[in-house]
Design a binder for this molecule. Sequence first.
Ligand SMILES: [Zn+2]
Ligand SMILES: [Zn+2]
Length: 930
Amino acid sequence: MPEIPKVYNPSEIEPLWARRWVDERLFVADAGSDRPMFSLVIPPPNVTGSLHMGHMLEHTEIDIIIRWKRMQGFNTLWLPGTDHAGIATQMVVEQQLAKQGLDRRTIGREAFEKKVWEWKEQSGDTIKKQMIRLGASCDWSRERFTLDAGLSRAVREVFVRLYEKGLIYRGKYIVNWCPRCQTAISDLEVVDEEHAGNLYHIRYPVLPAGPVRKPSAPVPTEQSDNPIPTSEYVVVATTRPETMLGDTAVAVNPADERYKKFHGRMARLPLMDRDIPFITDELADPAFGTGVVKVTPAHDANDFQAGLRHNLPQIDVMDERGRMNENAGRFAGLDRFEARRRILAELEAQGLLEKIEPYTHALGRCQRCKTIVEPRLSTQWFVKVKPLADAAVRAVEKGRTRFVPENWTKIYFDWMRNIRDWCISRQLWWGHRIPAWYCQSCSEVIVARETPNQCSHCGHSKLEQDSDVLDTWFSSALWPFSTLGWPDLTPDLKLFYPTSLMITGFDILFFWVARMMMMGLEFMGDVPFRVVYIHSLVRDAEKQKMSKTRGNVIDPLEVTDRYGTDAVRFTLAIMAAPGTDIALSEDQMKSYRSFANKIWNAARFLSMSQEKAGLTDREQSKGDKEQRYDGSYRPVAVASGQLSLEDRWIFSRLSRIAREMAKALEAFRFHEASYIIYHFFWHEFCDWYLELKKLTLEPGGELSRDAIGPAWDNFCLAFDVALRLLHPTMPFITEELWQRLAERKTSIALAPFPAYDAALVDDAAEREMSLLQEIIVNIRNMRAEIRVDAKRKIAVELYAASENLGQLSAHHRQAIERLANLSSLTLVSSPLSSEGGTLRSLPEFTLSIPSTDAAAPGALRERLLKEQQKLSRELETVVGRLANEQFLSKAPAKVVDSLRQRKGELTVQYSKVLETLEKLGETRSHRDTE
Ligand SMILES: [Zn+2]
Ligand SMILES: [Zn+2]
């Protein structure tokens, strides 16, 4: 058996195991297995990305569940992969080209796509490497990429089927347009920010009543000198005055009495000299502003709908870069914000700008490049989502998919019930190109699985493919089945779909989970996952969002280098209470690194003592042979069928812990499961069990030669079981120690997760052990209170109130003496039979430290009196300052706060000293009465 190194050094052991687990294909799922299965697909990270703390939390939680299920004997699949991330990837490669003075347009689409693939080959596996390093137990043999041949085929198949079903259409629509990225973006990719802008109130002259004229649309090329035909005008208010160039109506509410007189009349659009009609529409809210609104169907989503209702022309006045186009008359060519300045100046000059009012409103920015989004009319492809969403709502109503925490169900319903058609085309080059071809002869649109070579309508061979690509969420919506081989009915698809679980962040609930639900139900006839667990957010220690600008980002790779992956994983897990954000700090990682260290030292003790006892061969011959793969573990009776108290106790505890952990993990209560094993390992196994074992197993200890072997076996088994319980959360250290403590043929990752065993539960042992602990802890506390030097052995008398406790204490006298550092423990027959000294009475027992053994009471009293004086003086000063009004009014709040805190501390210390002094007095008077 290799010796366990003195120092726990995670950076030495972790990379080796990470590599070995993958090389030995431990996590490859078996499509032919008849064991129960547990499957999960990764929410595919962007191929451009590298791991951040959010990923690490997500992957830690997934890995805990997957490892746990695998150890329980499930045929587990964690399918990994990445998303091609349209905009993000295109931007990365465009930036690279820009450095070489190149532009994607100059090199052309084909060459550009080649460049992106080259980039992907070179840099696209950063996340994969990081995941392997952090121990994610994925099945890398099934790794997928959203632009793989197989997945691309699935995308085409889905597009064509939806198109044939009438659920995909092409149409003109207002979309969110990013003038920088020059593509449509989804509602979810627009970040609304509060913006302190202005509301511009503009006068639109009203034409005299007369026969209704058709709206005219002349485009004046220079400044108009047309006189305003009337002194009558209405006032409209807008935050985007440049869009007025595209106005094709003004609207008033049909019920608004004030404007009844304008019904059926025309207004003159300033600057453009276009006459536009008054329409009556609910779009105008009599309570908002003047009750009159301008209608710009090509530049606003609500106006667009109103335009359809009233059959208004749609005049697009901007180009794809956010510059005014030829429809903007003399403003053509200006950037939208420059146009705004010019327009306001001209309106002002013409006396048409009534007022400018400061106005705070939500302003949408492109999530990726922060450019202000422009609502823009364009021809795009859409999915008609209503029927798909209805099915996805019904599935959750029926409980076919369950959300944890439960409150996400309502949020999901709200969103699904108000869903709008999904714009799926993106004006990018990187992605799945839309499988639609336009006949250059008869303008037939051909949507097909295979590239057509002639027009299905006129037979013409000149066809041009749509230049747009699909939104990346279109391909990731198929991820749970496209990754398993769909549209073919592969063994993987048959076995692993629907997946058992999806663990993801709330920020992609709609991007993704909702769309996976719709597509899964439509194409597989079943939900994509049985349970969706929404994990928390990782924030900094002050609960602030981590961001580069704040500089509070904790890099997972940096901290895992510093504290070990196991410690960071454990920190995340123990803080991951469902529904609450995680306030992460390095201090926590430091303390869980100490936890790992504690376990390391326990293993080291175990291995070294075994060696000393000459028992290593014995363990070596065991190992896997005796592993029982049903998760059971039974201790060996040591002698004459009798187990020692500590063995009865520890196996009883292990059995309960196994049950509690399973219960916590079943409910995704990672924090509870982690806390349970942490507390057990540190405060039961290391603090008590190990200490008691030291006593019985040391050379010359109380055990006979025959009993030592089995006693060791139980010790090793208990440690083994504890390591297995900890393995899903701390995979590396548990594997390393498990391998070092015995000859193994496999990995701990494949060893059975300990199961609850009712036969091991021993209430009597737990009760006895807790009494023993209580005696020892009370003696330790008494020693601390009267300040007995830690190294000094003292004599203690114990009066047991029951015969049982008397026997128990007598039986474990040696343990009590050793663990409480006593020279002797004397059992006495009366609670007051001591010679005096310090006394502590509890219902089951009374403890007494004779005065001769206490730290010379006289000297102690003297020291305490001095301390009392010192505390009293400081307390006086603090109280005085806090009573000083002048000081309070001037001092910074921080100073006052810390003074108040100091006062609290001093008060507590003072009363403790007083209490101890009183006790000393009590001790003396007790002796006096004797
Ligand atoms: Zn953008
Ligand atoms: Zn044709």
